[in-house]
Write a protein that binds this ligand. Sequence first.
Ligand code: FAD
Length: 411
Amino acid sequence: ARSVVIVGAGQAGSETAAALRSRGFDGRITLVGEEPWLPYQRPPLSKAYQTGTVGQEELELRPASFYSDQRIELLRGDRAVKIDRELCTLLLDSGRTLPYDTLVLATGARPRALPVPGAQRPGVLVLRGLDDAEALRQQLAGAERPLQVVVVGAGFIGLEVAATARELGHCPTVVEALPRVLARAVSPVMSDWLAAEHRSRGTELLLRREVVALHGAGTGDGPVQVVELDGGTRLPADLVVVGIGVLPNVGLAVEAGLNVGDGVLVDEQLRTSDPAIHAVGDCARFPSVHAGRPLRLESVQNASDQARTVAAVICGEPAPYRALPWFWSQQFTLRLQIAGITAGHDEAVTAGDPEQGRFSVFCFRRGRLVGVESVNRPADHGIARRLLTAGPDLTPEEVAAPGFDLKNRTA
Ligand code: FAD
């Protein structure tokens, strides 16, 4: 039987292993993960895990017995260090060498470090793994007084952490260099609405401002106390959380001579420039039919759907990766859901009631629906996903018409 080795035991890697077995793949499956835990979900790390509603065990994607029952060899706490493409082997940090017929890179991404003096000080945190989440939880949940929490970056992680900090009674300030929040991910209408929601709940939001240095006690290694912005503004800080985006983990691929850009470059079958090696999830840059260009997506949807596609390809039943991108974020009681890719739209029409916190923004490009952003309107999101998958023929005029209700449109 053939042997598949998967590097990275996160969302994409573990779903690939599971999808191979559910397709009837009978060969050997080895899943190599550097983290010590069972494969787990990251989304709650910035949300329910911080507030204590979800504990560590509930984060696990599957119980330990799943891997043994399915004959998936899960190597935890071991790191892949080198691919030998000629011999078709993978070398691990432990010294083990794994032969493969097919190798799947599912190495994910890591937080971008804040490139300013003082960024190494204690009290400056990032959020990617369970260890990061636990360090943050101890600070936020363990504090005996309200903390001044400075969040750098108004992306999803930054806004979710700020919302959580506020819910726990702390005083968050979000500093964002761009003129609006979530600038790369949502429409200006949605950015403005979300910014107002955060402010009305007591979060300070500073746009068009940059962090230039982090200061603290001692010359360089004392805990952070002050965040200095451009223009000299100094914000007091007990804690700084940096959420300024991620970098794909491409080191193994680069060293092996695979084609790499912002991510490991793959085709529609998620194959790298070496046909025996695939890449999936946050680390992969693929040609997106929905965006009309190569793209790297950081979402559970993308990791899981790419896992299913790669499993089909490995089983000899290839179908190009064309799944519709979708995403969600939870901030306070606001559930934001996005179907499609709204970046690059030229027209946005709002339906529903923003004042009541229940509405959707329909985004069009040259008259064609490209994405829908919904707040607390799960039905809109569900229908939008079906519409966008089927090939949308909804027009801006229809959405703008009085009494428009997406439910009356049969997808
Ligand atoms: P990962 O889950 O990062 O897994 C990659 C794994 O590979 C890691 O465990 C890493 O340690 C391991 N690895 C890397 N290199 C090696 C090596 N050389 N050897 C061995 N192991 C290696 N998405 C949503 O859709 N909705 C959300 O609300 C949402 N919230 C999020 C909140 C947080 C705090 C974070 C961090 C992410 C969130 N995401 C969310 C994004 C989502 O979790 C990621 O897109 C998803 O986890 C990507 O899966 P992946 O398997 O590609 O990468």
